[in-house]
Design a protein. Structure first.
Ligand code: HEM
Length: 201
């Protein structure tokens, strides 16, 4: 993720980028601390977190009001791919974890989707590392695969629509809180995924 600017950016997507800069740095460090690319077992715990996160967001990706804003939204969800990855990795689908997002406002929902979509950018780096474990976008690391039409283009289209939306100040503030909350939730799910592993060991 790029450097945090010192002034409040004009574009909504840049503001969201700005407020999530520190949480992203922290999450990146937490991911790396678990060395997900040292073994398939460790990578599977990372995929458990991804699966839980994507599953919790499925209701947003299929929400008619959000689809009226982002017509291709449903096809952007990666819960199915993450579930198939777990099967490839001989890992059972995890049970839901209490505390999932529920009935967010439009503003909040936009912040969460921003984070989920943004995570596809870092995925370009992660899938290269996953290849060293013999995994690919057709086996074990499907959810990190390049989206149809390309990663950069998909992100550009998403942020163009997001930035053009007319929102109230309160909705914008809710989007920023939503984006930060999404990072907190992923962090919690990641800790849960690796703690479960420790409990099984
Ligand atoms: C759940 C959410 C997210 C997770 C788990 C996540 C995870 C990661 C990780 C682990 C890396 C490091 C890859 C490496 O260096 O090998 C990374 C890099 C990156 N992420 Fe994220 N990320 C998330 C959300 C986002 C969002 C919201 C954005 C943009 C708005 C973003 C943009 C990037 C970019 C551009 C990189 C490339 C390296 C860099 O410039 O630091 N990520 N991400």
């Amino acid at each position: 993720m790029s450097q945090a600017p010192t002034e409040r950016p004009a574009l909504r997507s840049q503001r969201l980028n700005h407020v999530t800069h520190a949480p992203h740095t922290d999450l990146d460090a937490l991911v790396k601390s678990h060395a997900p690319f040292d073994s398939r077992d460790s990578f599977a715990r990372f995929v458990v977190a991804q699966y839980l996160f994507q599953s919790e967001l499925q209701a947003l990706y299929t929400d008619p009001a959000l689809i009226s804003i982002f017509p291709d939204l449903a096809s952007r969800c990666r819960a199915t791919q993450a579930g198939l990855d777990l099967a490839d990795l001989d890992t059972a689908l995890p049970a839901p974890v209490a505390g999932a997002l529920s009935a967010p406002t439009l503003g909040q929902a936009l912040g969460w989707i921003f984070v989920s979509e943004g995570s596809k950018l870092g995925a370009a780096f992660l899938i290269k590392r996953a290849q060293a474990l013999g995994l690919s976008e057709t086996f074990g690391a499907r959810h990190l695969g390049e989206p149809a039409g390309g990663r950069a283009e998909g992100w550009k289209q998403f942020t163009r629509t997001l930035d053009a939306l007319q929102l109230s100040e309160e909705q914008d503030a809710a989007a920023e809180r939503g984006a930060v909350a999404a990072f907190e939730r992923f962090t919690e799910l990641l800790r849960h995924a690796y703690a479960t592993d420790a409990a099984l060991a």
